[in-house]
Design a protein around this ligand. Structure first.
Ligand SMILES: C[S@@+](CC[C@H](N)C(=O)[O-])C[C@H]1O[C@@H](n2cnc3c(N)ncnc32)[C@H](O)[C@@H]1O
Length: 279
C-alpha cells in the first residue's frame, strides 16, 4: 500500500474511533480541518502516525478532553467584525423592531463562550433600554462545547490588553458605554444580571440536535466553515426552516451560501453577509 493510502486509512480509522469514543461526529467535518487538528495533537506526543495516536487516545482520558478542545475551535470576540454589527444595528434592528410586535427570538448558533450572544444583546439594549430589551428580546446561545457554555452562563471575561483577540477594552469600543452592561473590576468584565435575563445558553449540536423553530434572527458565524459542503447545504436549509417569515440570517465573513441554499435567502447586505428569508 502507498504511504498516502496508509495515512488515509489510518485517518478513517481514527475518525471512526473518535466518533464512537467521544460522540464527536467527525464524518461531517472536512478532512483538511480534522487532519490539522489531529496533527497538532500528534506533535505534542512526537507521534508519527494516526494509528499510534489512536492507541494512546483510547487509554488516556485527559487526552480525550484535550482532543475535544482541539476539535472545537472556540476563537471569538465581542463585536467580531464590527462592520457586521454596524450594519445590523443600522439596518436590521430598526426594521425588526417595527416588523415584529412580540418577543424577538435570536439564535447565536455555535456561540462559543457567549461573546457573540452578549454583543447582540448590547445592540438591542442600546436601542431599547434595559427594561424594554428584557421584554422584547430573547437570545439563545448554543454550542457543543460544555466549558464554553458554562463560561457564557457565568458571563465573566478576563481582558488581556495587547492583541485585539484578548483585549476586551478594544473589542468593546463598539459599545459606547461598556459599564452599562458589565461590572468592570480592573481587567475582569462580568455581565450585569439583567443581561442574563436576555441571553441564555444551552447545549445543542447543529448536526444531530433537534431543529429549532420560530426564530427571527440567526447568527451562525465562523462555525460551518469546518463542515463538509453537503452538511453546510443541509444546515442552511435547516436555518431557513427555523426562521419565521421575514427572518434574518447572518453568516461569517468568509462563509457563502452554496448550492440550492442560494435560492432560500435574499441578500440585504452582501458584504456583511446579512440575508433575509425568502417568502
Ligand atoms: C470559531 S467559534 C465561533 C464563535 C462565534 N460564532 C464567532 O463567530 O465568534 C466556533 C464554535 O462552533 C462550535 N461548534 C463546532 N461544531 C459544532 C456543532 N456541531 N454544533 C454546535 N456548535 C459547534 C465550536 O465549539 C465553537 O465554539
Amino acid at each position: 500500500m502507498l504511504e498516502t493510502q496508509i495515512v488515509d486509512k489510518e485517518l478513517e480509522q481514527l475518525k471512526q474511533g473518535v466518533k464512537n469514543l467521544l460522540g464527536f461526529n467527525t464524518f461531517q467535518y472536512k478532512d483538511s480541518y480534522l487532519g490539522r487538528r489531529f496533527d497538532s495533537r500528534l506533535r505534542v506526543y512526537h507521534l508519527d502516525s494516526y494509528h499510534a495516536y489512536w492507541e494512546l487516545l483510547q487509554r488516556d482520558k485527559v487526552e480525550q478532553e484535550k482532543l475535544l478542545d482541539e476539535l472545537t475551535i472556540n476563537v471569538t470576540e465581542f463585536f467580531r467584525d464590527t462592520p457586521v454589527y454596524s450594519a445590523f444595528q443600522q439596518d436590521i434592528v430598526p426594521l425588526i423592531l417595527r416588523e415584529k410586535p412580540g418577543k424577538i427570538r435570536i439564535w447565536s448558533a455555535g456561540s462559543s463562550d457567549g461573546k457573540e450572544a452578549y454583543s447582540i444583546a448590547m445592540v438591542f439594549v442600546d436601542a431599547l433600554g434595559e427594561q424594554k430589551a428584557r421584554n422584547r428580546v430573547e437570545i439563545i446561545g448554543t454550542d457543543i462545547d460544555k466549558d464554553c457554555l458554562m463560561h457564557g452562563s457565568a458571563g465573566q471575561y478576563v481582558s488581556r490588553p495587547g492583541l485585539i483577540q484578548t483585549d476586551i477594552e478594544k473589542q468593546l469600543q463598539f459599545a459606547p458605554h461598556p459599564e452599562n452592561y458589565f461590572t468592570i473590576d480592573e481587567h475582569i468584565y462580568t455581565v450585569k444580571p439583567f443581561m442574563k435575563n436576555i441571553v441564555h445558553f444551552e447545549y445543542h449540536d447543529l448536526i444531530s440536535g433537534q431543529k429549532k423553530k420560530n426564530l427571527d434572527i440567526i447568527f451562525c458565524r465562523n462555525v460551518v466553515i469546518y463542515f463538509t459542503r453537503e452538511l453546510q447545504e443541509v444546515l442552511y436549509q435547516d436555518f431557513y426552516n427555523s426562521l419565521n417569515p421575514g427572518g434574518y440570517f447572518i453568516m461569517g465573513k468568509t462563509e457563502t451560501l452554496i448550492g440550492e441554499s442560494r435560492n432560500l435567502f435574499t441578500p440585504i447586505n452582501t458584504r456583511e453577509r446579512i440575508f433575509v428569508k425568502k417568502t
